[in-house]
Design a protein around this ligand. Structure first.
Ligand code: HPA
Length: 269
């Protein structure tokens, strides 16, 4: 496994003239627009990267973009791998481990999720303050000691300093933020009403099908993480949202998220 990670990282380094990104970014469903704001230097399609999982989904956008955001070197994943697509957890999290080998010092993650907290509205941005993992743990199996410990600590999983920076920047930018706990399930079904109530009862604020595996492997490797969920639907609401409105709210929220990420990257130490 480690050899494969290193082989892929070496291939990418050769293709990108040792670009050495400082920040890794995972762009969630509908949030790929952030990629347009990157001054791209190199772009690699996942299918051209040895060791990367091969996408089974038709028309699935999958590429790594190396470039600059606010003068900082970043690598962004436009399109991620989900467990529900049939990948193993090792495959889902492989790109994060490769990014670590490329030298990232921070990981920014984003996703679309369903609000469970009844004060949330469609189009809200939720800063992830913690998560509950309802998927298989990606660290099950032999531990790769070179990457991290057998029993990694999950306190401060979402970096407190980065959350504080987000709060400050959002105030300056006039962006409203919600805060909460992300519950990661396998999908691909959305939750039943009873499941949304269960997620709420166990302490969740938003439900999704991604992010948690990537965050766990990043924290295994001691990389500070910042995460944001765009609330695209409200699970406990009886109203079935107008589809076009949901998409519009999603896009508007995406624009806010892009602005927040950009300013935060600009302000990194
Ligand atoms: N549940 C799980 N994943 C999701 C949802 C949801 O309600 N909305 C967007 N992704």
């Amino acid at each position: 496994m480690l050899e494969e990670i290193k082989r892929t990282a070496a291939f990418i380094k050769a293709q990108t003239e040792d670009f050495a990104p400082e920040v890794g970014i995972v762009l969630g469903t509908g949030l790929g627009g952030f990629a347009d704001g990157i001054e791209a230097v190199h772009t690699l399609e996942y299918k051209d990267i040895p060791g990367f999982p091969v996408s089974t989904v038709e028309g699935h956008k999958g590429r790594l973009i190396f470039g600059r955001v606010a003068g900082r070197r970043v690598v962004a994943m436009q399109g991620r791998f989900h467990y529900y697509e049939g990948y193993t957890m090792q495959q889902v999290t492989f790109p994060i481990r490769v990014m670590q080998q490329l030298g990232i010092r921070y990981l920014f993650v984003s996703n679309a999720s369903g609000g469970i907290n009844t004060s949330f509205r469609v189009g809200d941005l939720m800063v992830i303050t913690d998560h509950i993992n309802l998927m298989p743990n990606p660290l099950i199996g032999r531990n790769i000691a070179e990457l991290g410990p057998r029993f990694p600590d999950m306190h401060n999983c979402y970096d407190k300093d980065l959350i504080a920076a987000a709060t400050r920047i959002a105030e300056e930018e006039g962006i409203k933020l919600q805060y909460g706990v992300y519950v990661g399930g396998t999908g691909p079904t959305f939750e039943t009403q009873a499941e949304y109530r269960y997620f709420k009862a166990i302490g969740g604020d938003a439900a999704g099908m991604s992010t948690v595996p990537e965050v766990i492997v990043a924290r295994h490797m001691s990389i500070p993480v910042f995460g944001v969920s765009v609330i695209t639907n409200c699970g406990l609401s009886d109203e079935v949202g107008d589809h076009e409105d949901v998409q519009l709210q999603g896009r508007k929220a995406g624009v806010k998220m892009e602005r927040l990420f950009k300013r935060m990257i600009e302000n990194l130490k």
